[in-house]
Each structure stands twice: as C-alpha cells, then as structure tokens.
Design a protein around this ligand. Sequence first.
Ligand code: ADP
Ligand code: MG
Length: 794
Amino acid sequence: MKTATYNVRGMHCASCAGIIEKTFRKTAGVQSAEVNYGTETAKISFDELRVDENRLSKAIEPFGYSLVASGPSAEEMWMLADEYHKGTSISLERSTAKGNWSHAEHLGLNQPPLRQGYEGQAKEEKLAELAEMKWKVISAIPLTIISIFVMGWDALAELSYVAPQSSLVSEFFHHLLPLFATYVLFVVGKPYLLGFARFLRYGKANMDTLIGIGTSVAYLYSFILTAFEEPLRAFVNVDQTYYDVTIVVITFIALGKYAEAKSKLRTGEAIEKLLNLQAKTGLVLRDGKEVEVPIADIRHGDTVIVKPGARIPVDGILTDGESFIDEALVTGEPLPVRKKSGDTVVAGMINTTGSFTFRTTKIGSETFLAHIIKMVTEAQGSKAPIQALVDKISSVFVPIVLVLSFVTLGLWLIIGTEYLGFAKALSLGLTSFVGILVMACPCALGLATPTAIIVGVGKGAREGILIKDAATLQKLHTVNTVVVDKTGTLTRGKPELAEIKTLSDNSERDLVGILASLESKSEHPIAHAILEYAKEKGISLLPVDKFETVKGKGLHGVVGGVEYFAGNAKLASDLSLTVDHASVEKETTQGKTPILLMTRKETLGVCMVYDAIKQETTEAVRGLRKLGIHMIMLTGDDKNTAEAIAKEAGIDTVLAEVLPDIKLQKILELQQSGKIVAMAGDGVNDAPALAQADVGIAMATGTDVAIETAGITLLRGDISKLVKAVRLSRLTMRGVKQNLFWSFIYNLVGIPIAAGALYPVFGLLLSPIFAGMAMAFSSVSVVLNSLRFKNVKL
Ligand code: ADP
Ligand code: MG
C-alpha cells in the first residue's frame, strides 16, 4: 500500500474535485482518495501491485485531468543524492518513470535538491498555463468592449435615448459579432466546450459543463437565426441574437478564472518562503581546508564553518566559537539568540556577526526546516471538516442546476407563450436558461474553505505555530477550556535547587550526594536541577543499584547498601512516613517544590526546587482570558506549590498532585461535562492527555518538532503563541464562513432572478451577462478575502 500526493492538472472548479475523487475510488486497487481544489492535489492510497501512477492518471484523463508526478519527495531526493555519492548507479529508471525529473537535473547540484522537489515542475506548468490564460483573456477584451458597446447602443435606442445606428453601421457591427463570438467560444472558451463535450460523452458535469452548455446553446441558437433568417422570421424574433452573451460571459469567466488562479498562487507563498530559507551551499572542512560544497554534499559528522551573515546550511551542534543567530524566519523568535558550544543550530537560520563551526547531525529531509515544510505542505493540502458539507453540496449542485435550467426553459415556453407569444417567450426562456447555467457555477464555493486554510496554516508557520491539519485549525476555534501543564509550559522547565533542609544528622553535602546519585538515572527536569547543583559544588556521585522510578511520585534505588526514596508527599505516605507539612509550608507557598529524601524508616531531609515562571506566562494567560477561554492548571506537583505558581500566572483553577494516568482522566471528565478542551504540555510525559484533548498543543523545546500526538506545535515552547494560535484559528474560520456566505448568497439570490422569478411582477430578468460578471466577481472576491488575512496582525 502506498500513499502519495500528486498535483492534478486541469482542475478548474470545485466539482472537479468530486469527479476525480469518485473516479479514483472506483478504480481497482485504490483504497482512498482525497482531492483538494485549493491546492490542486490528490492524496491517494493505493495498492502498488494492482495499480500505478500512470494508470491512475489514465483513469481521469477522459474527463480532462491528469496527474503530475510531483517530483521526488525531499526524502527520495536525498536517497538519490546519497546513491550518487556512494558512486553506485542511480536508479535512472525511477526518475524517468516519474517522467518529470531528468537525472542530470536533480543532481546538477548547484540547486538545493529540497527546492526542486517541492517547487518542481508543477509550478512551472502552472505559470505557463497562467501565461496562456492571460493571453487569451487579453485578446478577448477588445471584442467584449465592442460587443458591450453595440449591445448598449441597441438597448438605449430601444428606449429612444439615442438615435438608432444608421443601418450601414449597424449592419457592419452586427455582422462582426458572430465572428467575435466564434473566436471567443472556440479559442478562449475551449475548456468550457470540452466540458460540454465530456458531458455528452461520459455524462460527467462540472462547472465547465454549465458554462459550456450555456454559451454554446446561446451561440448555436444565434447561429441558426443568422443562417436561416428569412424562413424563421415568421416564428421568432430573428434580430434577438445571443452572440454578445457568448462573448461577454466567456470573457468575464475567463478573466475571473485568471484572477483567481493568479491569487491562488499567492496563497501558497508561505511554503515558498520557507523553501527560500534553505541555503544552497555550505562551507565545510575537508582535509583541513575550507571548501564550499552544495548542501547535498554535506554528510553527517561534517564540520561546517559559518561566517558572519551566512545562512546555516544543515542542522548540527555548535563546537567552536559563538555568535548571535537570527532564527526569526524559522521559529518566529524576534530577537537574535546567543549560541555557544553545545547548542543546537538549525538549517535556515542566519548567523549575525560572530563566526563559528558546528558538527553536522541532520541533513536533507531530517532537518528541522524540512520537517516544518513537510508539515505545512500536508496541512495546507488537508481538508477541513466543514469542507465535507461543501463537497456534498457542490456534487449535487451541478446536476440539479442542469435539470433546473431545462425545466425553466420549458416553463417559459409553456406558460410564457400563453401570455407573451412564442417568439418573446422563447427569447426570454433562452435568456433564463443561459443565465441559470452561468449563475450557478459553484466555483467560489470550492475556493471558500481551502484558500482560507492555506493562508491560515501558512501564517501560523511564519509565527512559529505549526498546525498539523485543517481539522485541528477548525477545532481550535471552538475551544473554550485550555488545560496547561505547569512544568515547562507555564514555568521555564529549568528548575534550580534553591534550599536544602536536613532533618537528620546527615550533612547537606551527604544528602545532595545521595539524591544526585539517584537523580542521575532520571530524566525529569527536577533531576537536572539537582545534578547541576551537585556539579557546581563538586559533590561526587555514588553508584546506584536497583533503580526504579515511581510514576508521578519520584524514584528509589540502593546507594551504599541502603535503600533510598526521593519524591513527593505521596511517596512518603506510601512508605507510611508522616511529613511535617508545616516545615515546608513557607517554601511551597512561594512556589517551590519539596523533594523528600527518605529511607524506609525516616525522612532524611528536603530539597526545595524552584522553577521560575516564564516571562510571557502572565501576559499569555491574560490574553487567553480575554478570548473567553477558561484556563486550568494540571500538575503532578505539590498542591501549595501549584497554587502559588497558578496565582502568579493568574490562573484560578488548579488540579494538583495528579498522577500522569489521571491527567487523561481529567481531560475526559471535562469533555464529558461539555467542554471543548485544548491541552498544552511538553508532549513527553503528557502525550496521552494531549492525544485525548480535542486539540493537543505541544510546547516544542528547542528545535524538535517530532511531537506526533500534538495537533499544534508551538516552537520555542512559547506559551504566548497559544494566544496567537487561538486568534489565528478564529480568524481563519471567520474567513471560511464569510467566504461560504458570499459564495452561497450569489447563487441563492442569482438563480431565482435568472430563472425569471421577478419577471411576472417587475418585468425583470437577469441578463446572462450580469450572471457572468457576478460569478467572476464572486470567486475573485473569495480568494482576495482569504488573502486579506495574511496581513492581519495576530
Ligand atoms: P508534572 O509534569 O506535572 O510536574 P510529574 O508527574 O512529572 O508531574 O511529577 C510529579 C511529581 O513527582 C513532581 O512534582 C515531584 O514531586 C515528583 N517527581 C517526579 N519525578 C521526580 C524525580 N526524578 N525526582 C524527584 N521527584 C520527582
Ligand atoms: Mg511534566
């Protein structure tokens, strides 16, 4: 079973997505298919033994679409580059089979492979398509202007506002219109004609079909009148032709499509910007010499030299020198960050003034930047749940409209003839028929959700908010309760040993020695604090036997033949030791965590560990409250300690001394009481709770994004980004709803008017020309509305 995402060529409307999805699902060997009109991609899971890309593409070709192999993924590219370096023969067949990647091209390594993979051919093709569209539209515009002029003059003359054109001029222009209409329909309107033809052949209708039927019926009817003017004169009004309708409608729709395609390219700019962060070359130490090599040549373990102002080419650990690094573009951190020996540096970040070297740890698709790009690409291509409804509507929309247009024409002929006579009823009926078909195009509907999602996800990435998929973004806007973990989320996650109290005849140094020895086996932030302290004071560690952690309580192990326990009051009561709460009360109410060191018989002492609150916490809590979100702190820490920290942060609900397994239970309880819960935690020991929450938000420490259970990852563990994330989701969903409203309203109001609902009372019938304008306007306005959010400050 293989799952891959392909660009799709030839998608012009939302109903295209439905047709392609259905076709794939019916294709043997395909398990699932998800087609997104916003990104023009298809995500297909299929059995490689039964069907291949070629065959998939063939399946949709009759309907005017095809798959564009999206180029090797970043991963595949690096594999190819690897093979190249190992000197083995490269799987040429594979790259040629994919059809779009010449071997020399992607190993012509002066371009970063990563860029080629993503931008690939699809974009170039899109640009070429756009250039052709532009040329066609431009050629049709003068013809349209002349048609509108002729039409306008006729209309005004009928109302006696202007003198009718002299018969010579009138004859001349009226004979030009058929020529214009022929060019516009067969050249500019070719996609719509093809849509009509496919409908006749395969019975599959999309938006192109509607336009195609409408405009070619208008054209054909007019042509028959022109050809058989004399014999038909007795039955119909032969002067009432529809060439102008064909010309103007097609030009407007084409113009709208062009504007839409152009702005749609802009919605994807976020990815392009991320790709541009990738350096093309790096300065590497080879045989003691500095050599500039393409990034594909940089290997694990290579020493990379970074000069002032240079971009960091791959991920690694700084070994020598130090500098301030501008990582704004990667993590959204506004100020340059100081990096010294041992710190992680990441591809895409820019060195400021210092100079340093680092050891390469991650290359190609393993890098942090590559992960971000992959995540953003996938999220932008995913479908929001709200889209399911839209898909359903647009899939039944086209057939319904087709039927409706024919029924309307019939009604005009039957009822209209009685009151108005056949000639007039036929001309009004045809106007309605074409008007409905043009008005009903569900193009704006198909753009409403995806364009807003693409912009929202991209905007998030620029702010250091990584969103896993559209569903998460949609869910987040309904969240009313945020549960936060204390350590590492509200506090810095880097506790320090603040105080030592001995309760026995052991010295402080002895206590720390035993405790540090035990903690050296643990990975809890508390362990780190104690080890740091021991190191600072030069206290040496002793060997530990039979070490074990006690979840949510602490740990125990044997040091020098004695069994010791270290942890919280729960652990003490497990040992039936009484803890004198009063002795630590002052410290706990200051937000310090007591760590008790015990044997089976007595408490030897207490170490107070303090983890300071993050600078941005208070502000973030205030921001969330302003958004109407209730915050709850959930922690395994001591009750007094938790309450002290909560008070400082401004949180009023605290659930303290909660064991890790119970955290999940608490989330469930909140959900059962009707709350929509987001949980923000470090993603390591909170993973089950994060997964249970409606939205799991992981605080990424450093530059690790491999937090799979989280729907949203906040880079740099910055809690204030949580406020931005909520605002972003609300902004995006507001955009989606506005877009849906506007695209529906056009159809809802336009179709009845086009059908003639206002005619009996007001004598008003919507000209197909206005329908064409309205359609063009609605899809462009939807895309522009989505783009507008790009510049809204979060
Ligand atoms: P949280 O992540 O909410 O702080 P944990 O379940 O990680 O909760 O820890 C709960 C409590 O268990 C800590 O506050 C501490 O008292 C005790 N504890 C956990 N690990 C250790 C450890 N390595 N050393 C001492 N105490 C620990
Ligand atoms: Mg924790």
